[in-house]
Ligand binder design. Structure first.
Ligand code: SIN
Length: 299
C-alpha cells in the first residue's frame, strides 16, 4: 500500500544550461530536452561538445527536421565514439551498424520489440553507452517513446534502501524477454547469430547502482525486460526487489514522452535512463533506424 506518492520536490534538475552554440528547451521536469535549430550533420566541434553535455544532463535529447540518410546517421554517430556490437541485427545493406526498427501496418502483435521498459542490451559485458534513433515514417498518432530517469529514481530512494542496493549485482539476460516475445508473437525473437543468442541468454552481472563515467552521477541499473536476478539471492528474494525498483523507476514523476515526427532524431543515455516503445499503432507503419554506441563495463 502506498500511503503517499512521493514527488521529487527539490530533486528536479532539468533546467537548461546557458550554452554558447546550441539552445536547449527542456521537455519535462524529470528529464528530456529539445535541441532547437540545430543541424546534426554539420555541428562544429564546440557545438557537438555542448550536445554531449546536454545529453549527460537531460538523459534524452532530440532534434526536429534533420536530413540524415544512413551514411549521415553513421557519420554523426561516430562522433560519439565506436559503435556497440548489436545482438539482434546485421544492420541494413551497406550500413552494418544502422539497425532497422520497422513495424509494418499489417503486423499485429501483443509483443513489439522494445515495448517493455529497458536499457539497450545490458546483457552485454560492455552495454551501449548511448543510442541514436531516427524517424523515417511514423504513425499519425501513437508509436511514442517514453523514457524514465534512473538517476532521479536513485536519488528518490531512502538512504537505507540506497545503502542496501549499492553492493548488489544484477544479472541481465535476454532469456526471459525471448520467451515472452515468443508467447506474444508466436515466433522466435531473431538474433544476429546463434552465438549472439547464446551470449545474450547467458548475460552478465552488473552493479545495480552504477556511476556515470562522465559525470559521476549514480543511477539504478535495472529494468523490466532484461534484469532476471540478483547475484547471491534466490529468485523468490530478488523478484520482489526487482519489481519494486522497476515500478519505482517508471513512475510518472520520473518520465518524459516523445511524439515522433518524420525527420526527428532522438538520443538517449543508456546508463541513466530506461525507455519503452509504445505498441499502440496497429494499422500504421513505423520505420525507424537506430545506432548504438559503445559503452564501458558498468562500475
Ligand atoms: C528501442 O527500444 O531501442 C527503440 C525505441 C523505439 O522504437 O521507440
Amino acid at each position: 500500500m502506498r500511503e503517499v506518492r512521493l514527488s521529487p520536490a527539490g530533486e528536479y534538475d532539468n533546467a537548461p544550461r546557458p550554452y554558447a552554440h546550441i539552445t536547449v528547451r527542456p521537455l519535462a521536469s524529470a528529464m528530456g530536452a529539445e535541441l532547437m535549430g540545430v543541424d546534426l550533420a554539420n555541428l562544429t566541434d564546440a557545438a557537438f561538445a555542448e550536445v554531449q553535455d546536454a545529453l549527460w544532463r537531460h538523459k534524452m535529447i532530440f532534434a526536429r527536421d534533420q536530413q540524415l540518410d544512413h551514411a549521415a546517421h553513421e557519420a554523426f554517430a561516430l562522433r560519439w565514439g565506436p559503435f556497440a556490437p548489436d545482438a539482434y541485427t546485421h544492420g541494413v545493406p551497406g550500413h552494418a551498424n544502422v539497425q532497422p526498427l520497422i513495424k509494418e501496418a499489417d503486423h499485429r502483435s501483443k509483443g513489439l520489440f522494445g515495448s517493455g521498459w529497458h536499457t539497450d542490451s545490458p546483457f552485454l559485458p560492455e552495454p551501449p553507452g548511448m543510442t541514436i534513433l531516427r524517424a523515417v515514417e511514423v504513425p499519425p498518432w501513437g508509436g511514442d517513446t517514453v523514457w524514465a530517469n534512473t538517476a532521479l529514481a536513485y536519488r528518490m530512494l531512502s538512504p537505507g534502501m540506497q545503502a542496501m542496493l549499492r553492493p548488489l549485482k544484477v544479472r541481465m539476460s535476454a532469456r526471459n524477454n525471448a520467451f515472452t516475445q515468443k508467447q506474444a508473437d508466436g515466433k522466435e525473437l531473431s538474433f544476429a547469430s546463434e552465438a549472439a543468442r547464446e551470449a545474450a541468454f547467458a548475460g552478465n552481472a552488473h552493479p545495480l547502482v552504477r556511476s556515470h563515467p562522465m559525470t559521476g552521477e549514480l543511477s539504478l541499473y535495472v529494468d523490466e525486460v532484461y534484469a532476471v536476478g540478483i547475484d547471491g539471492m534466490t529468485t523468490a528474494e530478488s523478484r520482489p526487489l526487482l519489481d519494486f525498483l522497476c515500478q519505482h523507476i517508471t513512475q510518472h514523476h520520473f518520465t518524459c514522452r516523445l511524439r515522433w515526427d518524420v525527420g526527428m532524431v532522438a538520443m538517449w543515455d543508456n546508463r541513466s535512463a530506461l525507455h519503452l516503445a509504445a505498441n499502440d499503432y496497429d494499422g500504421f507503419r513505423r520505420e525507424m533506424y537506430r545506432t548504438t554506441m559503445a559503452g564501458e563495463r558498468p562500475a
